[in-house]
Every structure is written in C-alpha cells, then in structure tokens.
Design a protein around this ligand. Structure first.
Ligand SMILES: [Zn+2]
Length: 391
C-alpha cells in the first residue's frame, strides 16, 4: 500500500484545530491555514459526512453575520480512563470531546496481583459502558501509582506495589481487552488532566501528586514531558538535608518519600502514639486542630517545598499545582508555599501561580483518556480513515 500522504492542512489537521479549540468556525480555519474558503468547506463537508465534526449554534461575530460553530461530534463510542490507586480505581468513560459520560470508583487492591486487578477494572468499565446505553469502547487508558517505562509499559521499581515490579501492565491489559491502550504514571496523567481542566492555558505546569507517595508530573509546551525513559518528575527519591535517618525502599536514607509522603506521616504519628491508621485519619485530626497532626503536615509540606524549590528555579514554570490527598490539608499547602518563597529566586516565584488542583478526583482518568484520544484522533489516522469508503 502507498504510504499515507498528508497534505498541509488535510482533514486530519483541520480536525485537530477544531478539537484543540484553536479554530471554531470556517473563517477561523481559513485564517489559520491559509486555505481558500472553498477548500475549507470541502474538508469540513468530508469531516461532517464521516461523523467527526458537527456545525451548530452561533459563534461570536467579528462584524457581519454570526458564524456557525464547529465542534467535535461527541459520537456514541467512548474511551475508558482509569486511575489506579493502592486501594481503589477511578474508572470513567469519555466521549470524543473528552467529556465525561459516566464514572465510578471500584474497590481493588494492588495486593491481588496484576491479572486480577486488570480483570476487575475491565469488568467495571464494561458494566459502566453497558449502563450508559451500551456504548462501544474504542480504547482503554490506565494510570499507575509507580514509574512507567515509556518505551514499553513496564513498571520500574514501584514502591508499595509488591509483585508488580518489571511487569508490562500494557501487555496484560491488551491481552484482556484486545483494545488500543495507553499506560502512564499517575502524576503524569494528573498533570495532563489539570492542564485540560484549566483550558490548556498553562503550557509550563508542574503538578505534584502528594498522597500515600509523592510524585510529580511536568507539562512542557502543552504536552507531558517524560524524559528519556519515562521517569522525569519522579521526586520520591530526592535526598533531603538533615533528614531523619529512615531507610527508603531504594536502600538509601532520607528520601523525600520516607520523610514527607502520606505513608511516612501516618508512620511517624503512629510511632508518636497518635491513633491513626490511614492518611484520612491524619487529615481528620488536622481538621480538629490536632497539634501533632497539623505540625506533621506542615513539616511534610516544607520538605516537599524544599525539593520543589530546586525544580522551580531550574524549570521556571508558569503554574505549580498541588494535588492528591495531602493538598487538601491547609497546613501542607502552607508548608510548601513558605519553603518556596524562602528558597526560590524571586524571579522564579514572582509570576508563579501556586494553586491546589481543580481537576479533582477525575484528574488522572481524564488525563490518560485525553492522551489516548490524542493517539486515536491523530491527524494521520483520520486521513487514513477518510481514504476508505464509509461502512
Ligand atoms: Zn528512596
């Protein structure tokens, strides 16, 4: 077969401009692409005929008649986005516009092993699609609470995931579902979810996922930056100055994770005699102004801020977003802020927006689903699809 020829601003490229919100009307497209109005009209007709685009309502007039608005057609099929945590999985369905169709939380335990967990979340997704009017599932994307090799979809020495180290989760998910799929680290997925939630405005964004463990995802020019092997942003094993001598799973002493993660806070408070079993218990105590719990959260925030200060100085992002359970605690957020303003260069923090996650519990699921849609709706794939007659 002849290789796919993709002309400048093919249907696929036009679709991309509409999908990303860069163009909302035929006039926008003509202006952005330099194509003649009749060529734009031809491309749009093809995209409408094949169910990719619809034209509706009225847009904002730039003088003269108000233009019709072009949008991605939501379609009847969905992609599944899953954020896998230690004790639960958030499972959600998204249409082609990346809008949520349905979501649920499944109780799963990583200790049950890869095959069991993957089967459980897949069952859950299938039921959800069935209940949502029998939607067809086009693909499945899952984020994992550990470092993922971006060249495969293998976990690289994850913490608190016994039995998962070195496992190619994508291979398991593929054999169970037979669908196009995507696997990513959870902090990367949440960073992308947050970027979309904010309308794509913050093109240089650092997202910190502070929960049982601490991870970090980087958005660079609007895409996830993964580094060479996929582990960019993994700050769990950054060593701290004057840290308590606690040994980390990596074998070294004083890593951020064993000092400032949710799991570390629970351990420290328990040793000090507080009646806590989970991070939720700690957060509840802090809500009641429990001095030890509040102090531990603030200290964890300061330690996290210490590591982030180097990253902020080096990377100079526009936005730092704090997410995960710890970010719901005011004391933790205050600790991060204080450390950053003490340790960062003023030129790094002057224009830096520091905020708490807005994307909420669906951030990770939305982020991986968006990344999968990027692949499934890639311009070259759409052009290829349009070359074949409609079925
Ligand atoms: Zn470590």
């Amino acid at each position: 077969m002849a290789p796919a020829t993709q002309t400048a601003f093919s249907e696929g490229e036009i679709f991309r401009l509409i999908r990303t919100g860069a163009a909302q009307s035929r006039a926008d497209l003509a202006r952005l692409t330099g194509l003649s109005p009749s060529t734009v009209a031809l491309r749009i007709d093809n995209l409408i005929a094949r169910g990719y685009v619809e034209e509706s309502g009225e847009g904002v007039s730039r003088g003269g008649r108000r233009p019709r608005v072009l949008t991605v057609r939501a379609g009847g099929s969905v992609v599944v986005g899953i954020e896998l945590g230690e004790q639960h999985a958030t499972v959600a369905l998204f249409d082609r516009r990346a809008e949520i169709v349905a979501s649920t939380v499944a109780q799963v335990s990583l200790l049950d092993g890869v095959e069991n967990v993957v089967s459980q979340v897949w069952e859950c997704a299938r039921r959800l699609a069935e209940d949502a009017g029998g939607r067809v599932i086009e693909g499945i994307a899952m984020s994992l609470p550990g470092p993922v090799d971006s060249r495969t979809s293998r976990l690289l020495a994850p913490m608190r995931m016994p039995g998962w180290n070195g496992v190619d989760v994508g291979e398991v998910l593929g054999s169970v579902t037979g669908l196009p799929l995507l696997i990513d680290n959870d902090a990367n997925a949440m960073a992308m979810g947050e970027f979309i939630e904010r309308g794509g405005e913050h093109e240089q964004l650092v997202f910190v996922k502070a929960g049982s463990g601490i991870g970090c995802g980087i958005i660079l020019d609007g895409a996830v930056y993964r580094g060479f092997r996929g582990v960019a942003g993994d700050i769990s094993h950054v060593a701290l100055h004057n840290a308590p001598p606690i040994i980390c799973s990596c074998g070294r002493v004083g890593c951020l994770d064993v000092v400032a993660s949710g799991a570390a806070i629970v351990d420290a408070l328990r040793e000090a005699g507080a009646a806590v079993e989970t991070l939720d218990d700690v957060l509840a105590l802090a809500q009641d102004a429990h001095p030890q719990a509040t102090s531990a959260l603030r200290e964890a925030g300061a330690r996290t801020g210490e590591v982030l200060a180097t990253i902020i100085n080096f990377f100079n992002p526009q936005s730092l977003v704090l997410g995960g359970l710890l970010a719901t605690a005011d004391a933790f957020v205050a600790g991060v802020r204080q450390a950053l303003f003490t340790l960062c260069l003023p030129m790094s923090t002057d224009a830096l927006e520091i905020s708490v996650s807005r994307a909420g519990v669906l951030a990770g699921a939305r982020g991986v689903a968006w990344e999968l849609l990027e692949r499934l709706l890639d311009p070259a794939r759409i052009d290829e699809d349009l070359r074949h007659p409609a079925q």
